[in-house]
Design a protein around this ligand. Structure first.
Ligand code: FES
Length: 243
Protein backbone atom coordinates (compact mmCIF):
# COMPACT_ATOMS: atom_id res chain seq x y z
CA UNK A 1 0.00 0.00 0.00
CA UNK A 2 1.41 3.39 -0.94
CA UNK A 3 1.79 5.78 1.97
CA UNK A 4 -0.68 8.63 2.15
CA UNK A 5 1.19 10.08 5.16
CA UNK A 6 4.97 10.42 5.47
CA UNK A 7 6.54 11.31 8.81
CA UNK A 8 10.17 12.39 8.58
CA UNK A 9 12.04 12.31 11.86
CA UNK A 10 14.59 14.99 12.71
CA UNK A 11 17.72 14.18 14.73
CA UNK A 12 16.95 14.50 18.42
CA UNK A 13 18.70 16.56 21.12
CA UNK A 14 20.10 19.03 18.59
CA UNK A 15 17.70 21.90 19.05
CA UNK A 16 15.03 22.96 16.61
CA UNK A 17 17.23 23.67 13.57
CA UNK A 18 17.11 20.14 12.03
CA UNK A 19 13.31 20.09 12.25
CA UNK A 20 13.10 23.54 10.64
CA UNK A 21 15.46 22.51 7.84
CA UNK A 22 13.41 19.39 7.17
CA UNK A 23 10.19 21.39 7.17
CA UNK A 24 11.64 23.67 4.49
CA UNK A 25 12.82 20.72 2.40
CA UNK A 26 9.44 19.03 2.70
CA UNK A 27 7.76 22.18 1.43
CA UNK A 28 9.34 21.46 -1.96
CA UNK A 29 8.34 17.82 -1.80
CA UNK A 30 4.75 18.74 -0.93
CA UNK A 31 4.44 20.64 -4.17
CA UNK A 32 5.65 17.60 -6.11
CA UNK A 33 3.57 15.04 -4.18
CA UNK A 34 0.25 16.65 -3.24
CA UNK A 35 -1.20 13.14 -2.73
CA UNK A 36 0.93 12.73 0.42
CA UNK A 37 0.65 14.52 3.77
CA UNK A 38 4.17 15.24 5.05
CA UNK A 39 5.04 15.86 8.69
CA UNK A 40 8.26 16.37 10.65
CA UNK A 41 8.58 14.73 14.07
CA UNK A 42 11.27 14.36 16.71
CA UNK A 43 12.18 11.63 19.17
CA UNK A 44 12.96 14.24 21.80
CA UNK A 45 13.24 18.03 21.81
CA UNK A 46 10.61 20.69 21.45
CA UNK A 47 8.89 19.77 18.17
CA UNK A 48 6.01 17.40 17.40
CA UNK A 49 6.81 13.91 18.68
CA UNK A 50 6.47 10.76 16.60
CA UNK A 51 3.47 9.59 18.60
CA UNK A 52 1.76 12.98 18.21
CA UNK A 53 2.34 12.79 14.44
CA UNK A 54 0.97 9.23 14.36
CA UNK A 55 -2.07 10.39 16.33
CA UNK A 56 -2.55 13.23 13.83
CA UNK A 57 -2.30 10.80 10.92
CA UNK A 58 -4.86 8.51 12.52
CA UNK A 59 -7.20 11.40 13.30
CA UNK A 60 -6.97 12.50 9.67
CA UNK A 61 -7.93 9.02 8.48
CA UNK A 62 -4.53 7.99 7.09
CA UNK A 63 -4.45 4.47 5.67
CA UNK A 64 -0.68 3.96 5.42
CA UNK A 65 2.06 5.88 7.20
CA UNK A 66 5.70 5.69 6.20
CA UNK A 67 8.25 6.76 8.81
CA UNK A 68 11.56 7.99 7.38
CA UNK A 69 14.59 8.94 9.46
CA UNK A 70 15.68 12.32 8.12
CA UNK A 71 19.27 11.71 9.23
CA UNK A 72 21.63 11.31 6.34
CA UNK A 73 23.82 9.00 8.42
CA UNK A 74 22.40 6.18 10.49
CA UNK A 75 22.27 6.32 14.27
CA UNK A 76 21.72 2.85 15.73
CA UNK A 77 20.44 4.22 19.04
CA UNK A 78 17.98 6.59 17.38
CA UNK A 79 16.79 3.95 14.90
CA UNK A 80 16.19 1.55 17.77
CA UNK A 81 14.16 4.21 19.61
CA UNK A 82 12.07 4.97 16.52
CA UNK A 83 11.19 1.27 16.22
CA UNK A 84 10.37 1.05 19.93
CA UNK A 85 8.19 4.13 19.91
CA UNK A 86 6.20 2.99 16.90
CA UNK A 87 5.79 -0.44 18.54
CA UNK A 88 4.65 1.22 21.78
CA UNK A 89 2.18 3.39 19.88
CA UNK A 90 0.74 0.37 18.05
CA UNK A 91 0.49 -1.67 21.28
CA UNK A 92 -1.33 1.09 23.13
CA UNK A 93 -3.94 1.86 20.45
CA UNK A 94 -7.41 1.50 21.97
CA UNK A 95 -8.91 -1.83 20.91
CA UNK A 96 -11.16 -1.64 17.89
CA UNK A 97 -10.05 1.83 16.78
CA UNK A 98 -8.95 2.38 13.18
CA UNK A 99 -5.16 2.23 12.93
CA UNK A 100 -3.17 2.96 9.80
CA UNK A 101 -0.57 0.55 8.54
CA UNK A 102 2.82 1.90 9.70
CA UNK A 103 6.05 1.09 7.90
CA UNK A 104 9.60 2.23 8.64
CA UNK A 105 11.75 3.21 5.67
CA UNK A 106 15.36 2.07 5.20
CA UNK A 107 18.19 4.50 5.95
CA UNK A 108 18.72 7.26 3.41
CA UNK A 109 22.30 6.07 2.95
CA UNK A 110 20.92 2.73 1.70
CA UNK A 111 19.54 4.43 -1.41
CA UNK A 112 21.51 5.08 -4.58
CA UNK A 113 20.15 8.60 -4.43
CA UNK A 114 22.43 9.36 -1.49
CA UNK A 115 25.50 9.23 -3.72
CA UNK A 116 23.62 11.56 -6.07
CA UNK A 117 23.15 14.05 -3.23
CA UNK A 118 26.89 14.07 -2.54
CA UNK A 119 27.61 14.47 -6.23
CA UNK A 120 25.34 17.49 -6.39
CA UNK A 121 27.15 19.02 -3.40
CA UNK A 122 30.49 18.44 -5.16
CA UNK A 123 29.18 20.03 -8.34
CA UNK A 124 27.80 22.96 -6.33
CA UNK A 125 31.27 23.61 -4.94
CA UNK A 126 30.13 25.19 -1.66
CA UNK A 127 30.82 28.69 -0.31
CA UNK A 128 34.20 29.93 0.96
CA UNK A 129 34.77 29.48 4.71
CA UNK A 130 35.20 32.85 6.47
CA UNK A 131 37.17 34.13 9.44
CA UNK A 132 34.53 36.81 10.03
CA UNK A 133 32.02 34.43 11.56
CA UNK A 134 30.80 35.06 15.13
CA UNK A 135 33.33 33.96 17.80
CA UNK A 136 32.78 30.75 19.71
CA UNK A 137 32.86 32.63 23.03
CA UNK A 138 31.00 35.73 24.22
CA UNK A 139 31.29 37.82 27.41
CA UNK A 140 27.54 37.25 27.81
CA UNK A 141 28.25 33.59 28.52
CA UNK A 142 30.78 34.20 31.31
CA UNK A 143 28.14 34.57 34.02
CA UNK A 144 26.36 31.66 35.62
CA UNK A 145 22.76 32.84 36.16
CA UNK A 146 22.02 33.56 39.83
CA UNK A 147 19.23 30.99 40.02
CA UNK A 148 18.19 29.35 43.25
CA UNK A 149 16.90 26.18 41.63
CA UNK A 150 17.76 24.34 38.46
CA UNK A 151 15.14 22.06 36.88
CA UNK A 152 16.24 19.36 34.49
CA UNK A 153 13.34 18.47 32.20
CA UNK A 154 13.87 15.19 30.40
CA UNK A 155 12.91 15.28 26.73
CA UNK A 156 14.42 11.91 25.90
CA UNK A 157 12.45 9.50 23.71
CA UNK A 158 10.44 7.78 26.43
CA UNK A 159 9.59 10.97 28.34
CA UNK A 160 8.56 12.58 25.06
CA UNK A 161 6.19 9.70 24.35
CA UNK A 162 4.69 10.21 27.82
CA UNK A 163 3.95 13.89 27.30
CA UNK A 164 7.16 15.72 28.29
CA UNK A 165 6.74 18.26 25.50
CA UNK A 166 3.52 19.64 26.98
CA UNK A 167 4.95 19.37 30.52
CA UNK A 168 7.97 21.45 29.49
CA UNK A 169 5.74 24.04 27.83
CA UNK A 170 3.46 24.17 30.89
CA UNK A 171 6.50 24.66 33.13
CA UNK A 172 7.75 27.57 31.01
CA UNK A 173 4.33 29.22 31.13
CA UNK A 174 3.87 28.66 34.86
CA UNK A 175 7.27 30.16 35.64
CA UNK A 176 6.69 33.13 33.31
CA UNK A 177 3.24 33.75 34.83
CA UNK A 178 4.97 34.26 38.19
CA UNK A 179 7.76 36.40 36.80
CA UNK A 180 10.32 33.68 37.54
CA UNK A 181 13.18 33.94 35.04
CA UNK A 182 16.57 32.28 34.62
CA UNK A 183 17.89 34.18 37.63
CA UNK A 184 15.24 32.49 39.79
CA UNK A 185 14.58 29.07 38.32
CA UNK A 186 16.80 27.87 35.48
CA UNK A 187 15.26 25.15 33.36
CA UNK A 188 17.27 22.92 31.05
CA UNK A 189 15.76 20.44 28.63
CA UNK A 190 17.88 17.30 28.58
CA UNK A 191 18.21 14.02 26.77
CA UNK A 192 17.43 10.77 28.58
CA UNK A 193 18.14 11.10 32.31
CA UNK A 194 18.11 7.28 32.71
CA UNK A 195 14.99 6.15 34.69
CA UNK A 196 12.74 6.03 31.59
CA UNK A 197 10.12 3.85 33.29
CA UNK A 198 9.33 6.84 35.54
CA UNK A 199 8.59 9.11 32.57
CA UNK A 200 8.13 12.02 32.31
CA UNK A 201 11.06 12.76 34.62
CA UNK A 202 12.12 16.10 36.12
CA UNK A 203 14.94 16.71 38.60
CA UNK A 204 15.34 19.79 40.82
CA UNK A 205 18.76 20.91 42.05
CA UNK A 206 20.47 21.74 44.38
CA UNK A 207 17.75 19.89 46.32
CA UNK A 208 18.53 16.67 44.47
CA UNK A 209 14.83 15.86 44.10
CA UNK A 210 13.87 13.59 41.22
CA UNK A 211 10.22 13.48 40.23
CA UNK A 212 8.37 10.83 38.25
CA UNK A 213 5.16 11.04 36.23
CA UNK A 214 5.53 14.78 35.63
CA UNK A 215 2.64 15.25 33.25
CA UNK A 216 1.28 18.75 32.61
CA UNK A 217 -1.35 18.55 35.35
CA UNK A 218 1.40 18.21 37.96
CA UNK A 219 3.50 21.13 36.85
CA UNK A 220 1.54 23.96 38.46
CA UNK A 221 1.87 22.42 41.91
CA UNK A 222 5.57 21.72 41.36
CA UNK A 223 6.09 25.41 40.65
CA UNK A 224 3.98 26.68 43.55
CA UNK A 225 5.08 24.21 46.22
CA UNK A 226 8.67 23.45 45.33
CA UNK A 227 10.19 25.87 42.86
CA UNK A 228 8.63 28.98 44.40
CA UNK A 229 7.75 27.69 47.86
CA UNK A 230 10.76 25.48 48.62
CA UNK A 231 8.63 22.48 49.68
CA UNK A 232 9.13 19.35 47.54
CA UNK A 233 5.96 17.49 46.57
CA UNK A 234 6.54 14.30 48.56
CA UNK A 235 4.11 11.99 46.77
CA UNK A 236 5.74 12.39 43.34
CA UNK A 237 9.36 12.00 44.45
CA UNK A 238 11.16 9.11 42.81
CA UNK A 239 14.39 9.76 44.66
CA UNK A 240 15.59 12.47 47.03
CA UNK A 241 19.38 12.59 46.99
CA UNK A 242 19.40 14.28 50.36
CA UNK A 243 17.68 11.24 51.85
S1 FES B 1 13.73 9.40 28.34
FE1 FES B 1 13.44 10.50 30.19
S2 FES B 1 14.47 9.31 31.66
FE2 FES B 1 14.86 8.25 29.78
Amino acid sequence: MTADWVIVTAPTDRGDAPARALTTALGRLRAARPDIEFRVAVLGGSDTTITEALDDATGAGARAVLLISGQTLGDAKQDSWIARIVGHWLRTRPAGTPTPQVRVAPLLTDHDGFAGLLERAIDDGGTPARTTTAPILSPAWEQVPAFTRHVLVCRGPRCSVEGARESAATLSRALADRGLGDDDVLTTVTGCLFPCALAPVMAVYPDGTWYSGMRPDRVERLVVDHLAGGEPVAEWIARDLRG
